[in-house]
Design a binder for this molecule. Structure first.
Ligand SMILES: Cc1ncc(COP(=O)(O)OP(=O)(O)O)c(N)n1
Ligand SMILES: Cc1nc(C(=O)O)sc1CCOP(=O)(O)O
Ligand SMILES: [Mg+2]
Length: 208
């Protein structure tokens, strides 16, 4: 499967009271990967919501990725995204199997991306590229890093952090394969606007 296009990420606070309708609206507009990102410790809610997303993704032929939690990903038979403190990649690959999508946060460090590639990651994620309301204060990445990553890393490159329709085009032009977006997608006033934004993010790849 080609990892290229919009990578929608859920946010439990932003999507409170409209979780499934907003996610479905994004899927309607076209989503390559959907990440379930919930930073709470409420395991039963996490399982319930992740199962609901798995069902939706099945319907829309979208790949589901679970943030942080390889065990939950294994339980649902889906992929996982692991940050630098979320556990090692190699056992996650063993647990999930060779076909699972496994992503790795590499901040703005090419050496982390090279290590992730050696350890079996499916894509590497760099960020944050712009100021993020969702996760302020994380280290910054820039276009020069993207240029270097494109020549050194032979995996799809995901970019994240403050990405909106107004700032995403140069990232795609400089080699980003996946645009990972929370607020720039789901911070919309209506389901129709979420669908419009998803379509518009995807259109950036058609013209690249
Ligand atoms: C696609 C993607 N890229 C980066 C992250 C950030 O992961 P991490 O550093 O583990 O931070 P949290 O998201 O867990 O707070 C991500 N989730 N997805
Ligand atoms: C979860 C996350 N990780 C980041 C990183 O730089 O690793 S930035 C970020 C938040 C992304 O949300 P938004 O699109 O609303 O900025
Ligand atoms: Mg994490």
């Amino acid at each position: 499967m080609k990892l290229r296009g919009l990578y929608a990420i859920t946010d439990s606070q932003l999507l409170a009271g409209k979780f499934l309708p907003y996610v479905e609206a994004a899927l309607e507009g076209g989503v390559t990967l959907l990440q379930y990102r919930d930073k709470s410790q409420d395991d039963s809610r996490r399982l319930r919501e992740a199962e609901a997303l798995a069902e939706l993704c099945e319907r829309y032929k979208t790949q589901l990725i679970i943030n942080d939690d390889a065990e939950l990903a294994a339980r649902l038979g889906v992929g996982v995204h692991l940050g630098q403190t979320d556990g090692p990649l190699t056992p996650a690959r063993t647990l999930l199997g060779r076909n699972a999508i496994i992503g790795s946060t590499c901040h703005a460090q090419l050496d982390l991306a090279e290590q992730a590639a050696r350890e079996g990651a499916s894509y590497v994620a760099f960020g944050r590229f712009f100021n993020s309301v969702t996760k302020p204060g994380v280290p910054a990445a820039d276009i020069a890093l993207l240029e270097q990553a494109r020549t050194r890393i032979k995996l799809p490159i995901c970019v994240i952090g403050g990405i909106t329709l107004d700032n995403a085009a140069p990232l795609v032009a400089h080699g980003a394969s996946l645009l990972a977006v929370i607020h720039g997608l789901f911070g919309a006033d209506s389901t129709q606007e979420v669908t419009r934004r998803a379509r518009a993010f995807n259109a950036l790849f058609a013209s690249a």
